[in-house]
Design a protein around this ligand. Structure first.
Ligand SMILES: Nc1ncnc2c1ncn2[C@@H]1O[C@H](COP(=O)(O)OP(=O)(O)OP(=O)(O)O)[C@@H](O)[C@H]1O
Ligand SMILES: [Mg+2]
Length: 272
C-alpha cells in the first residue's frame, strides 16, 4: 500500500498526488526519560482510515505516544509498524519518507513566522521533496482552498488569527499527501470561537481515507467523529471503546473520574 515508503526512490509530485491509507501498530511501546517510564508497553492497532481519539489526563503520555510515530521522540523499546513495516532505526531518506507519509499538527501551530501561509506549505515540497516551485505553489493554493483560506495565501502568521494559523498548519501537514495525520491537541491554544473552524476542517478530513490519531480534549470531536476512543493514564491504555460506549458507560474507574472532571470542571474529583 505504501510502496516506496522505505525504498530509495525519489519522491515526485505524482507520488504525492493522492492520499493513501495506512495502519499504525504500537507493539510493546516503552518510552523512558531517564528513570521515568512515561509509556509502559503500549499495544494498539489503528486501522487504515480509522479516526482514533486519544484521551487522558495531563502528563499521561498522550503527546509522547504520537510523537514516537514520526520519530520526534525516539523509542526506548518495542516497535511501531506502519502498513505492517517496522519503523525502528529509520534514518536519512527512510525517515524523511516516513515523515512525508505521516503529517503532524502541533498544539502551537509551529508555522515559520517569516514565511507567508503559502510559503509555509511550499517549503518542504521544494526543499525536501524536490518539487518545482510552480507545482508546489499550485498544490499550496489547492490546500489553502481546502481549508477555506485561499484569500490568505500571502499573509504571514502574525497577520492570521489562531484558528487561521492552525488551518494553515493542517494544510501544510497535508502537502505531501500523508497517509496518516497525527494531531496533538490542535484546538487547545485557540480562543473558544475559533475551535469550531478547525474542528470543521478536521471533520472534513475524517473518513476521507486518511488515518487520524487525535490527542484531544474536545469531547464533541471524540464523541461525534472518532471511530474509537483510547483512554490513557500513567503511560498505559486503561480503556478503549466506541465513543458511544465510552461516554455512556466508561468501564475503568479512572476513565469515569476523568469524564466527570472534564464534563464538570468546577467540581474536580481526586478519587475514583
Ligand atoms: N523531553 C522530556 N524530558 C523528560 N520528561 C518528559 C519529556 N517529555 C515529556 N516528559 C514527561 O513525560 C510524561 C508524559 O508527557 P506527555 O507530554 O506525553 O503527556 P501528555 O499526556 O501529552 O500531557 P498534556 O495533556 O499535559 O499535554 C510527563 O510526566 C512529562 O513530564
Ligand atoms: Mg500533550
Amino acid at each position: 500500500m505504501l510502496s516506496g515508503l522505505f525504498s530509495g526512490s525519489a519522491a515526485s509530485p505524482a507520488e504525492f498526488s493522492q492520499l493513501r491509507q495506512a495502519s499504525v501498530e504500537f507493539r510493546g511501546v516503552v518510552k523512558q526519560y531517564g528513570d521515568q517510564r512515561v509509556l509502559n508497553g503500549i499495544n494498539l492497532t489503528v486501522n487504515p482510515g480509522e479516526v482514533v481519539a486519544i484521551l487522558g489526563p495531563s502528563g499521561s503520555g498522550k503527546s509522547t505516544l504520537i510523537r514516537l510515530v514520526n520519530q520526534l521522540e525516539a523509542l526506548s523499546s518495542g516497535d511501531i509498524l506502519i502498513d505492517n513495516r517496522s519503523t525502528r532505526g529509520l534514518r536519512g531518506r527512510g525517515l524523511r519518507e516516513l515523515r512525508s507519509r505521516v503529517g503532524f499538527v502541533f498544539q502551537q501551530f509551529n508555522l515559520y513566522s517569516h514565511l507567508s501561509a503559502r510559503e509555509n506549505i511550499t517549503l518542504a515540497l521544494t526543499q525536501v521533496h524536490g518539487w518545482q516551485k510552480a507545482a508546489a505553489q499550485q498544490r499550496a493554493q489547492a490546500l489553502l482552498e481546502r481549508v477555506g483560506l485561499l484569500d490568505k495565501a500571502r499573509h504571514y502568521p502574525a497577520q492570521l488569527s489562531g484558528g487561521q494559523q492552525q488551518r494553515v498548519a493542517i494544510a501544510r501537514a497535508l502537502a505531501s499527501s500523508p497517509a496518516i495525520l497525527l494531531f496533538d491537541e490542535p484546538t487547545s491554544a485557540l480562543d473558544p470561537e475559533m475551535i469550531g473552524e478547525v474542528l470543521q476542517v478536521m471533520k472534513s478530513l475524517a473518513h476521507s481515507g486518511i488515518t487520524m490519531i487525535v490527542v484531544t480534549h474536545e469531547m464533541p470531536f471524540a464523541r461525534e467523529i472518532a471511530d474509537r476512543v483510547v483512554f490513557i493514564d500513567g503511560g498505559e491504555i486503561l480503556e478503549q471503546a466506541s465513543p458511544a460506549r465510552f461516554f455512556s458507560h466508561p468501564q475503568h474507574p479512572r476513565a469515569r473520574r476523568f469524564l466527570r472532571n472534564v464534563l464538570d470542571p468546577l467540581h474536580q474529583e481526586t478519587r475514583d
